[in-house]
Design a protein around this ligand. Sequence first.
Ligand code: NI
Length: 155
Amino acid sequence: MAVLEIKTLGEPVLRQQTQPIKRVTKRISRLIRDMLETMYAAEGAGLAAPQVGIRKQIVVIDVGDGPIVLLNPEIISREGEDIDVEGCLSVPGKKAYVKRAANVEVEALNEKGKPFRIKGEGLLARALQHEIDHLNGILYVDLVDEAEIFSEGDE
Ligand code: NI
């Protein structure tokens, strides 16, 4: 396993479209493990493949309840509204309050390529929306005014 380099704001790969996973090859399995290790090493709650320079639809999340792996994730329903503070490993040291759906349901494949659905609320709903945005080249800083972005510690 390996800790991968995390790309930061300004790197083109964060803005590019991603490819769906057709088959979970050994290489994809290794990438998933490396992404989990990278997320934990960086103390993040989620990581998407473009953040490690890979244009594929892979997301890993752990909001404190153990790792979740999502391949080709798609939000199939969203409900309510929630505003809370959010950061991103690709925008180090910065945070902002971001409006998101309060509840989402997501359809995806797991690390073995098996379809599943997951419902999230609170932090999990936020992480799902944030990471799936990454697969479409969207960062949370696109969803707020620049003046709303603050430095960590200035809260
Ligand atoms: Ni992020």
